[in-house]
Design a protein around this ligand. Structure first.
Ligand code: PGA
Length: 260
């Protein structure tokens, strides 16, 4: 079974009403040239509803960058739950981004809870995992990836990955301009798919694995051409329509050849 490409933009804490409108307008126009891939954008939470309106006539999907780990509404000041994200038009949500893990103290158990409540609330979680530079240099990459994956597999069950996306994002490559080599990316992705395969080979074959970490227009094609890379999670390069669309175009070309 051919896994389709997914190119996702993580806008992080960037944007304004005016800037978002211009960016989305450019994306809606440009994505018409990329019918063979799926595209997702993840604006800051306060702009989701407006983004949903901009995307109404477009195949571009909408995702949030974070959600509450609480399953039911209530007295959780400042939090936004899965049902609310669904209500404003989200289909996806990032879970466990390394900035959430390192800056906001989200541990594996918290990430697993968020993954579970995202799915119960009808959202497709994009589970972000990845090692730090120190962990890579200590030869602990696979141990870290397995620990991060196992926490979610044991909380959600392997079948949950029928309806989830995994993003491999080496922390040392995020926002640094330093990208994993195609060999490093492919090796990590093959390892991740192998961990899933030990639980269920069919699900391993169908789950989409995105690479994230300084993906740009000029390195997207080589990263996306790796056998186990099914697209990208793009930060900085998702904030300008031409750059993001050029990344989408790389996936579109590869999608056409994967299908052939
Ligand atoms: P970057 O961010 O593309 O700016 O490195 C990727 C991410 O954090 O998802």
């Amino acid at each position: 079974m051919a896994r389709g490409y997914l190119v996702a933009g993580n806008w992080k804490m960037n944007g304004s009403s005016a800037a978002n409108a211009a960016l989305l307008e450019g994306l809606v126009r440009g994505v018409a040239e990329c019918p063979a891939i799926d595209v997702l954008v993840c604006p800051p939470a306060v702009y989701l509803e407006a983004a949903h309106r901009h995307l109404a006539a477009s195949p571009i999907a909408l995702g949030a960058q974070n959600l509450s780990d609480q399953a039911k509404p209530g007295a959780f000041t400042g939090e936004v739950d899965a049902a609310m994200l669904n209500d404003v038009g989200c289909s996806h949500v990032l879970v466990g981004h390394s900035e959430r893990r390192t800056l906001y103290g989200e541990d594996d158990a918290c990430v697993a809870r968020k993954f579970v409540v995202a799915q119960s609330g009808g959202l497709i979680p994009v589970l972000c995992i990845g090692e730090t530079l120190a962990e890579r240099e200590a030869d602990a990459t696979e141990t870290v990836l397995k620990r991060q994956l196992d926490a979610v597999i044991s909380a959600a069950g392997i079948a949950a990955f029928l309806n989830a996306v995994i993003a491999y994002e080496p922390v040392w490559a995020i926002g640094t301009g330093r990208t994993a080599s195609t060999e490093q990316a492919q090796a990590a992705h093959a390892f991740i798919r192998g961990v899933i395969a030990k639980n269920d080979a069919k699900i391993a074959n169908s789950v989409r694995l995105l690479y994230g970490g300084s993906v740009k227009a000029d390195n997207a094609a080589s990263l996306f051409s790796c056998e186990d890379v099914d697209g990208g999670l793009i930060g900085g390069a998702s904030l300008k329509a031409p750059e993001f669309l050029a990344i989408c175009a790389s996936a579109q070309i590869l999608a056409a050849s994967r299908d052939a």
